[in-house]
Design a protein. Structure first.
Lengths: 324, 170
């Protein structure tokens, strides 16, 4: 179970790097998802800066793992490329107004996995010639503490000593998570999952020399230079020219578009509950990829041709697509 | 103006023929009536006087001016002046002749100058962010300087700072 948290974080990083020509700077502005939910608690993250410091130059990612009642937090210093991470464990106590808070070091697997993400490669591209991009884990961690639910905690993570003293870190607020109301299950809730996958076009592996880590969501997508952006879905979307040209079965998605045949081969089943299903494909020829992301993918797997990411149905209107 | 009295025969006795002429002159003068004095005469006289006297340069008035002093006062002042001059001259001659005074010796004292030594900050002090500020004096709004984080390093020790109800407190 322990490795799930870093897989989740990595998936989050991959999703965050995705579309809309995002760069590290733009990611820093969005600052990741502020709310994370574990164990019936909503932890809201924000950055704080004190002294001669600003949190603008820090990129923060958070990912929750409900199995371990833990939230992973990565803070990246975009000026140096160094990043620091920790695991925040939140435990409920018999007294409902109290929480037990523990800070743990980020698992080594998560650090290793992060280095092998598009995010890690973007850092390499942005800040070349660095001896190491691995985070420097702090050697000392505090003992677990019990706090009130209404308390706010701050965790200093970046510091500058001397006359121009400054500190940047995480500020975290807590609240009881409101139970979500039940809703109707829809096909949007079916996620297509690709883990350790390859892209094959007309029988030729185009995703490079190594398998790509993984993406999971309702609309897995990939951009092929010279062709455009292919968006895959298990259902059609009203108003958009999705074509029923493919299918998924087992660990593979395959479809034909024009004269070309495309295959995505995953290590695990694409749909967990199995079956053989139609796949609808929308091609957006006007999509302009981010050259940096494309270059980062080439660093990730030598010989890789393309860019991969997950879309949500809400993002389709923002793409340069013509409605049907 | 009594011109007749100034030339009266009692003050200046004259010969007989001159006395006769004086009698004729006296008769003539008795028949003569002086012209009426115009009202502007006084004004013209005063103006003329002021032009000659008051408009003289101050230094000229100071050099040519005089003051009247009663004789006893002047005598007393003269005596006082002589007495004080004598005493002053006597005291001046009574100073003994000696070597010239030596200049004051200068003593050099070393004062240690405080040297500021740079310190490495190893402890964080956090101020309360929600402290109410004084009303009526809004803080000047200035854009915070954009600071590069190139010199920032990961902390050597992760700490948790708990703020109870929003108030910072370790």
């Amino acid at each position: 179970m322990r490795n799930r948290i870093y897989l989740l974080l990595v998936a989050l990083l991959l999703c965050s790097i995705q579309l809309q020509a995002q760069t590290l700077e733009r990611l820093a502005q969005s600052n990741g998802s502020p709310e994370q939910r574990v164990n019936g608690i909503v932890a809201t993250f924000s950055s704080f800066a004190e002294g001669r410091a600003t949190a603008e130059g820090v990129l923060r990612f958070n990912g929750a793992n409900n199995d371990e009642q833990a939230i992973g937090s990565f803070l990246v210093n975009l000026s140096t490329g160094m990043y620091i991470g920790y695991i925040l464990v939140i435990e409920r106590l018999p007294d409902p107004t109290k929480l037990k808070i523990t800070i743990k070091p980020m698992p080594e697997e998560a650090i290793e996995a992060t280095r092998k993400t598009v995010f890690g490669k973007l850092l390499e591209l942005k800040l070349p010639n660095r001896p190491s991009y691995d985070p420097a884990p702090p050697p000392s961690y505090p003992e677990p503490i019990v706090i009130n639910l209404t308390d706010v905690i701050k965790i200093p993570l970046w510091v500058k000593a001397g006359t121009e003293w400054g500190v940047v870190g995480d500020r975290i607020r807590f609240a009881i998570d409101r139970p979500k109301p039940a809703r109707e299950f829809t096909l949007n809730d079916v996620a297509l999952k690709l883990t350790d996958y390859r892209l094959i076009i007309n029988g030729e592996v185009r995703s490079g020399e190594r398998e790509l880590d993984g993406i999971e969501g309702p609309l897995p997508s990939f951009y092929v230079p010279g062709k455009g952006l292919f968006i895959l879905s298990i259902r059609p979307h009203e108003g958009y020219d999705f074509q029923k040209v493919g299918m998924t079965e087992g660990n593979k998605i395959s479809f034909s578009y024009g004269a070309d045949k495309y295959e995505l081969v995953s290590h695990d089943p694409v749909i967990p509950f199995g079956g053989k299903w139609h796949i609808w494909v929308l091609l957006i020829t006007g999509y302009q990829p981010n050259p940096e992301v494309l270059e980062a993918y080439k660093l990730l797997s030598k010989g890789n041709c393309c860019e991969y990411f997950i879309l949500s149905p809400e993002e389709i209107p923002y793409l340069p697509t013509s409605k049907k | 103006m009594n011109y007749l009295e100034e030339n009266s025969p009692e003050q200046n006795p004259k010969p007989a023929d001159e006395v006769v002429e004086d009698r004729e002159l006296k008769n003539l003068l008795g028949e003569w009536s002086p012209p009426e004095i115009t009202s502007s005469l006084d004004q013209r006289v005063l103006t003329s006087y002021r032009r000659q006297v008051l408009h003289r340069p101050w230094w000229r008035r100071w050099l040519t001016g005089s003051i009247s002093l009663p004789a006893p006062v002047a005598l007393t002042a003269a005596l006082l002046l002589c007495a004080t001059s004598y005493l002053a001259a006597r005291k001046a001659t009574s100073y003994p002749l000696g070597p010239a005074p030596t200049p004051a010796t200068v003593k050099i004292v070393e004062v240690p100058f405080p040297v500021v030594q740079e310190k490495i900050v190893t402890r964080f002090v956090y101020k309360k962010p929600d402290t109410p500020k004084a009303k009526g004096s809004p803080a000047p709004i200035s854009a915070p300087p954009r600071i590069d984080l190139a010199d920032f390093r990961p902390v050597s020790e992760i700490k948790i700072i708990v703020s109870h109800g929003g108030n910072d407190e370790k």
